[in-house]
Design a protein around this ligand. Structure first.
Ligand SMILES: [Zn+2]
Length: 388
């Protein structure tokens, strides 16, 4: 087998290969370079690599690299894309890994190209020819923008394993749950006209006032009816993020748009919440004589929950000596769970540094993460089935 580059070398190469994903087309890039690096390194370690273009985006790829066989096994998963970067706010080139003050700086260092380098560096010394259950390295596309990589995997139903770890930056804390996210737009269409006579039009802002009152009532009901003490904000939230409407004080507003998000607790269904909101709008249409449309700005991310009794959560709690917690950001966890894996999120580096200028991974995160990866592979892939 060919020797793998050093950990720092691998991280340098991954970060030097730009793979920004963004809903704004001028930022959006292919992740091909990162996928090719991972494929070549994993192939050199005897993994079977399958590179799969996304159904509707031929320049974006998922990679499934498998070694070993069996019905159980472990997936180590990460996303290959990064967010865009703030030009001028970085002290060094975002695509050049730089070590300063015991930290590795670069775009994707903690979120989350560094994770792949750490995984590869860990497995090079492990007896992977003795696997009793498969070890699968999963690298996805477009987590930061649409999660279309993970969504495609669910559709293709290609992945088969018992347990999964997603190495998002959690400062090495095991994470078993997060809320879902929906981003929605409500559009009210009335009729513009001269403001001197209200009968000359139909005011969309007036109708939006009713829409917002209704949404605020719904928000109160959600807060009253749903709580989960495992979250710091222990109820579902709805935030009005922006509103646009009208053009002039002396003109009846003909059209108004409101955008809001909704973060549901585990156990709640995004689809039911959408249906609840949709069902409240016709009454306002009727009362105000406007047309009201509800649309999603992005495909929703379901909430994520893996029971804390799951063997992988127990194993990670013991390897990190930390109890599992919840987080306030979304991951690909719900999609992996949907494919039948018991999934947890645990990775090196802090979410505080993710999506920020001068993103870094502290060097002291590397060895503890290697210990977790080694421990999980030993437990779920190298030992016999019965001991799982
Ligand atoms: Zn991430």
């Amino acid at each position: 087998m060919t020797a793998l580059p050093s950990l720092i070398d691998m991280m340098t190469q991954l970060i030097a290969s730009p793979s920004i994903s963004c809903s704004q087309a001028h930022w959006d890039q292919s992740n091909k370079g990162v996928i090719e690096l991972l494929e070549s390194w994993l192939s050199s370690q005897g993994f079977q690599c399958e590179v799969m273009p996304l159904p509707d985006q031929p320049n974006k790829f998922n990679l499934i690299a498998t070694k070993g066989q069996g019905s159980g096994g472990l997936v180590l998963s990460g996303h290959t894309d990064t967010v865009p970067y703030d030009e001028g706010r970085w002290q060094s080139d975002p695509f050049t890994l730089q070590e300063r003050n015991q930290k590795l700086y670069g775009l994707g260092s903690c979120d989350m190209k560094g994770f792949f380098a750490i995984v590869l560096d860990t497995i090079r010394d492990m007896p992977l020819d003795e696997l009793n259950e498969p070890l699968i390295i999963l690298a996805t596309a477009d987590e930061e923008s649409s999660m279309s990589g993970a969504r495609a995997l669910v559709q293709q139903n290609k992945l088969n394993a018992r347990y999964a770890l997603i190495g998002e930056p959690t400062s090495l804390t095991p994470i078993y749950a997060h809320k879902g996210i929906m981003m929605e737009r409500i559009q009210v269409t009335g009729q513009a006209g001269h403001s001197s006579n209200p009968a000359l039009g139909n005011n969309a802002l007036d109708a939006m006032h009713d829409v917002m009152s209704e949404l605020m009532t719904f928000r109160q009901e959600l807060k009253r009816d749903y709580q989960d003490a495992n979250f710091i904000i222990d109820y579902p939230t709805m935030n009005f993020g922006c509103i646009h409407g009208g053009d002039n004080p002396n003109r009846i507003c003909g059209r108004c748009e409101l955008e809001f998000d909704l973060r549901a607790l585990p156990g709640m269904s995004n689809q039911s919440l959408m249906a609840e909101i949709a069902q409240r709008l016709p009454r306002i249409e009727e009362k105000t004589g406007t047309q009201i449309q509800l649309n999603s700005l992005f495909p929703d991310v379901p909430s994520f929950y893996t029971p804390v009794e799951s063997a992988i959560i127990k194993a990670c709690e013991s390897l990190t000596e930390r109890p599992a917690e919840t987080v306030a950001f979304a991951t690909e966890g719900p999609f992996l769970n949907k494919m039948g894996m018991e999934t947890l999120v645990l990775g090196p580096g802090s979410i505080d540094q993710a999506h920020q200028p001068n993103e870094f991974m502290a060097l002291d995160q590397i060895q503890p993460m290697q210990k977790v990866i080694r421990g999980l592979i030993e437990r779920f892939c190298l030992q016999s089935n019965e001991s799982n």
